[in-house]
Design a protein around this ligand. Structure first.
Ligand code: GLP
Length: 248
């Protein structure tokens, strides 16, 4: 277990004139920062309520509210009779166009990819429809098993139009970083998310039993001129992801 005891109120001091946040918000903020910085890793135990109350010099009721807040944010999990742990689930916001790399780093974890395919090929009928291509046109195709801190989390197959990505082998880490450097990162996307049971091959790659719950996502990403440039199919492990939607 890494050092689970934060320096109390290590966050920035409130600027003058600004009201101080309630104590529970500041305690929750301290832990959230530790988790996002990677000082606390997924699966690490938090100290017992009594101990946290002691460290901060607050009541257990205040600590309980702070922990409730962290549970709501998906950062910790409370297990009956066992304690409180940093959540092993990752979050993908559905209202912002983030990349896998960004979602993993936001949790203080290190992304990694194993390439299953990285070549130019003829667009499949599904990819051609998604990208508005004519039958027989080529795409850069990148299939990857994607992990965070060595834990396999998703299998993604991206087809990108050739003028956005003429050479798929230049992608070694983040596809969106490469597209950004070419001024071609999608600026908006449409996604479809469905529940699936992972088949034998996908389950094996993701290191879960066949038939385990998964999420299947199709993303079509558009460039600034509203042309579809990315068509990606992803299988996510159901036990490791929360997809967060903001409602207004
Ligand atoms: C997410 C999306 C994919 C996108 C990928 C890019 O996982 N579902 O559609 O291609 O991010 O991630 P990265 O830039 O880390 O390769």
């Amino acid at each position: 277990m890494s050092d689970a005891v934060p320096t109390p109120f290590s966050g920035p001091p409130p600027t003058s004139g600004e009201e101080e946040a309630p104590l529970y918000v500041r305690i929750a903020g301290d832990y959230a920062e530790r988790i996002r910085e990677g000082a606390l890793s997924p699966g690490d135990a938090l100290p017992p309520e009594r101990k946290i109350a002691e460290i901060y010099g607050v009541s257990r009721v205040t600590v309980r509210r702070a922990l409730e807040q962290l549970v709501l944010e998906g950062l910790i999990e409370q297990r009956q009779g066992s304690g409180t742990y940093v959540s092993q689930r990752l979050q993908q916001p559905l209202s912002v166009l983030t990349s896998f790399t960004e979602d993993v780093r936001a949790r203080g974890m290190t992304p990694n990819s194993q390439f299953l395919d990285r070549a130019i090929g003829i667009a499949t009928p599904e990819e051609a429809i998604g990208l508005g291509l004519k039958p027989g046109q080529g795409v850069s195709r990148i299939a990857r098993l994607r992990s965070a801190d060595g834990i396999p989390l998703a299998i993604e197959t991206a087809a990108v139009v050739l003028d956005a990505l003429p050479d798929p082998t230049v992608v070694t880490d983040s596809l969106y970083d490469v597209l950004s450097s070419r001024g071609m990162r999608p600026v908006r996307a449409i996604q479809r998310l469905s529940a699936v049971a992972l088949d034998k091959r996908n389950a094996e790659l993701l290191d879960v039993p066949p038939g385990s719950p998964g999420l299947y996502m199709v993303r079509v990403g558009y460039d600034a001129g509203d042309r579809p440039i990315e068509y990606t199919r992803s299988f996510y492990r159901g036990d490791r992801w929360d997809f967060i939607t903001e409602l207004a």
